[in-house]
Ligand binder design. Structure first.
Ligand SMILES: O=C(O)CCC(=O)C(=O)O
Length: 176
């Protein structure tokens, strides 16, 4: 059985004045991504952990096929593994329907592209529509990926289930 295995630094664990938060929180970056996508409106993802996070994948770690719960992710490759850690992507497969998704999960890789994510690569990616995975890491050099998330609707959030499985915790609930 396949399983997800990775470490993650959540948004609230990244330094407030650090480069990644400064970039993500800048209105210039938001407008730049919005304009790249040709959209009239774009919002930061509402997940307080996942809106901006850094995934750390070490020898043997992998991420299985999934869709994201946000519309767009800007992935910035900070460090590549020696081997493996390929970003495998079936672009817009959701629109192709259940049959195409089932075929992919059954091992039909006709639609799959391996995106060349070397350190320094910035990729704008539609993860809600495109099923993707990261192949197992091989070697002692960890793979670091910064993930900046955006949505076409304000306040879009993930589920408690996803937060618990990925971050191992839930945000503190505010009293009404
Ligand atoms: O690390 C990557 O390249 C993709 C990450 C991803 O798909 C995810 O964190 O959901």
């Amino acid at each position: 059985m396949l399983y997800d295995s990775l470490e993650v630094l959540a948004y609230d664990q990244l330094p407030t004045a650090g480069a990644l938060r400064t970039l993500y929180e800048s209105s210039e970056m938001l407008h730049f991504i919005r304009r790249c996508l040709g959209l009239a409106e774009l919002f930061h993802y509402g997940d307080p952990f996942g809106a901006l996070n850094v995934s750390i994948m070490r020898d043997g770690d992998m991420l299985d096929w999934h869709f994201d719960m946000t519309d767009f992710v800007v992935s910035i490759a900070l460090q590549s593994a020696e081997h493996g850690g390929d970003f495998e992507n079936a672009p817009m497969v959701r629109a192709a329907g259940e049959e195409a998704i089932s075929a992919l999960l059954a091992g039909d890789h006709t639609r799959v592209r391996i995106e060349p994510m070397k350190a320094g690569t910035l990729m704008l990616f539609n993860g809600r529509q495109s099923m993707h995975r990261v192949s197992p890491i091989v070697g002692t050099t960890p793979r670091y990926m910064a993930l900046l998330a955006y949505d076409t609707k304000a306040g879009t959030d993930s589920t408690d289930e996803l937060k618990l499985s990925r971050y191992g915790r839930l945000p503190e609930r505010r009293e009404a």
